[in-house]
Write a protein of this length. Structure first.
Lengths: 315, 383
């Protein structure tokens, strides 16, 4: 009996809905939907996807900037690239830079945000001071850093000598140059991260802290672990990914201060791309480096969206 | 289980006095409601008891011991917040586990990766699990233990918040308007559940609400607060029948008590709307206000008359709004039998028994009355 009723239902319901659904009525709707999406899609194609496809296509050619002809050479650019020691040095340096700058800038940004948030006075003054490096032109700031890190009359070495510590030729020494750039990178990124963390901190409901206090989280650390850190989850993911992408893009400080030297110890991906593309005019080769760079950025973005799916975002 | 004593609690925010010297004693196992309009300081008082807010002066004693300067976490009170304040990243189970973990596990055992490897942790987690399971059964939330607060309905969140409060067997429960985020139907249901919970736990409940119906239906005693002062404390019946202040009379009861302009004569008699009531008092001659509850107004006969301006038929009962000619006053009468509903615009006579009258002096304080004759005042009055 129950089987019978099910088949009847199954027979009637789809028939009833199928007649009224898609074909004629649906296609008109589809056209208007495409028409509405078209402007945005066209813009995206022209501004984002087109250039990207162009770069990828370029990386399979031997095109040189300004050359009248070019030919397809398949994966030859990539073969050259992966055989090139400079590329591997640049990749290693870039990754080192990312691994140092991201945690540094995230932890320092969070710490400063927490300090400012817990303070009672002069909040906006501190906020402005820490945000200054973000607003300043990095090229100009890099020149200031060059003076500060100068081996003879730089401020940093002056302080070290004053404290009786040995001085370094920060940007001229193979072993310190990359880390000096990392320090500048952290200094530059902290303010931005701090502002994001401050926004995140403000949006945490006060009652959660009160509930935590009532539930027995008496120490500041316990409340941080129970409320602040998890509630900052979405902001933290965002900050880590943004810092990661920006660190991958490091270029201005390298270009102004070291030009990749001494002896390639500060050579980074974008700088290699720049020299290949705009100094040696090997556009095809530079495009191949750009593709490698994009792969890393894409990977970071994927990690972010995966984390977002796994419930770092609440509500 | 605890007895809470407040002595001369004062609190001000930025020069505004929010609490003006509250003296109050909450007995062990009592369900006490702090009720009053928004901004009367009831939530602040609760937060002072909890320790979330320091008072400017005065003391809080819990079980005879002063708790001033003791952190909220050390007072062993549980609190249910208006927004429930559940941790959104934790499952229901973990939310309820927080107070137990905070108390039973050491700081090292709570560490994320290292903690679970420590020897005693497993056994402690087992006791925590057992306690939570027991609470979940009691509150009927066992199927929800793995869900996050975002996946729960308002009523379910409310129950989880109560579970988190119950699980550590606190000395007292503090509720800060816990039902105000629920829809009307659920609120009535949760009212019964909370009252039932109180009977079962026999714990001290301090319940803050602006909804007089919640206070009336659940509490063993009600404390009415207005403008930072505690005006009257008593059982729901006392507060309703015997208000000591016109503000209490007006705040408690729905629809509101009818207030009519009156006069105390030189001989101590009282006139209302030009009609003498068979009541006497010891108050000085002058203006006064006379309150009569809607259910004590008897329609159809009596010395007063008004015209029907609005009708509210609720099915089981009806409220008749009357405009009284010449006095500019409005009045609401409850009609138990909706079949006798008068027509709109019709003139209706009405009266009330002398013992239904509560009179207040111009300052709002209650005037004691004595009934001079047992005779009903719906007989034509002789002035």
């Amino acid at each position: 009996m129950s089987d019978g009723s099910i088949t009847i239902d199954a027979a009637i319901v789809p028939a009833g809905t199928a007649r009224r659904s898609l074909p004629a009525h649906g296609s008109r709707r589809t056209y208007s939907a495409y028409a509405l999406v078209a402007p945005a899609a066209a813009l995206m194609l022209v501004m984002l996807l087109g250039p990207l496809a162009g770069v990828i296509a370029l990386s399979f050619t031997d095109y040189q900037l300004g050359a009248p002809h070019f030919s397809w050479i398949g994966l030859a650019n990539y073969q050259d690239l992966f055989a090139d020691k400079v590329f591997w040095t640049a990749l290693r340096n870039t990754l080192t830079y990312v691994v140092v700058v991201v945690p540094g800038a995230v932890i320092a940004g969070l710490a400063i945000a927490l300090l400012i948030q817990s303070g009672t006075s002069l909040r906006s003054l501190y906020r402005t001071i820490y945000f200054l490096p973000v607003m300043a032109t990095l090229i100009a700031m890099a020149v200031v850093w060059e003076f500060m890190l100068h081996p003879q009359f730089g401020l940093v070495n002056g302080l070290l000598r004053g404290a009786g510590l040995p001085a370094f030729a920060w940007l001229q020494d193979r072993s310190t140059a990359l880390y000096a750039l990392c320090a500048i990178g952290i200094w530059q990124a902290v303010g931005f991260n701090m502002v994001l963390f401050l926004a995140g901190l403000v949006s945490i409901p006060k009652q959660l802290y009160e509930a935590a206090e009532i539930d027995g989280a008496s120490s500041g650390w316990a409340r941080f672990r129970l409320v602040t850190w998890p509630m900052l989850g979405p902001v933290t993911t965002f900050v880590v990914v943004i810092s990661g992408i920006r660190s991958f893009q490091v270029f201005d400080t390298v270009h102004v201060l070291t030009k990749g030297g001494p002896s390639k110890s500060t050579e980074v991906l974008i700088h290699t791309m720049y020299t290949e593309g705009f100094e040696f005019f090997r556009s095809g080769y530079a495009a191949a480096i750009t593709v490698v760079f994009l792969v890393f950025v894409l990977a970071l973005t994927l990690i972010k969206s995966r984390l977002a799916d796994r419930g770092v975002h609440y509500t | 289980m605890a007895q809470i004593e407040l002595s001369t609690i004062r609190k001000s925010f930025d020069g505004t006095d929010v609490l003006k010297g509250i003296d109050f004693r909450i007995e062990d196992g009592e369900f006490i409601s702090l009720v009053g309009p928004s901004g009367c300081g009831k939530s602040t008082l609760l937060r002072i008891i909890a320790g979330l807010e320091p008072q400017n002066s005065g003391q809080v004693h819990i079980d005879g011991r002063p708790v001033d300067g003791i952190r909220p976490s050390a007072r062993n009170l549980a609190m249910v917040f208006q927004s429930y304040a559940l941790y959104p990243h934790l499952s229901t189970f973990d939310n309820i586990a927080v107070p137990l973990r905070m108390r039973r596990l050491s700081a090292i055992e709570r560490l994320p990766l290292l903690g679970p490897l420590l020897p005693g942790r497993r056994a402690k987690e087992r006791t925590i699990r057992a306690d939570i399971t027991a609470i979940a059964e009691q509150l009927d939330i066992a199927p929800l233990l793995r869900r996050k607060p975002g996946q729960l309905s308002g009523g379910q969140r409310q129950r989880v918040a109560v579970g988190r409060a119950m699980v550590r067997e606190p000395r007292a429960f503090l509720f800060d308007e816990p039902l105000s985020n629920l829809d009307a139907k659920l609120r009535v249901h949760m009212r019964a559940e909370l009252a039932e919970l109180h009977r079962r736990l026999k714990a001290t409940f301090v319940y803050v609400t602006h909804d007089q119906a919640e206070a009336m239906t659940m509490s063993s005693r009600i404390a009415v607060m207005m403008a930072g002062e505690l005006i009257q404390v008593g059982t729901p019946a006392e507060i309703y029948d015997d208000p000591g202040d016109i503000r209490v009379a007006e705040f408690i009861g729905s629809p509101k008590i009818n207030i009519l302009p009156g006069r105390v004569r030189k001989d101590g008699g009282i006139d209302v709307l030009g009609t003498a009531l068979r009541l006497g008092c010891g108050a000085a001659a002058g203006d006064c206000r006379v309150g009569v509850r809607p259910e004590r107004i008897e329609l159809g006969a009596g010395p007063f008359s008004g015209s029907v301006v609005h009708l509210e038929n609720l099915g089981a009962e009806a409220f008749v709004h009357l405009a009284i000619e010449g006095a500019g006053a409005r009045l609401i009468a409850r009609l138990g039998d909706v079949r006798q509903l008068p027509a709109m615009g019709r003139a209706v006579t009405f009266g009330f028994a002398p013992d239904a009258v509560r009179a207040f002096d111009p300052a709002g304080k209650r005037i004691e009355l004595r009934v001079e004759q047992a005779e009903r005042i719906r007989e034509p009055a002789h002035v």
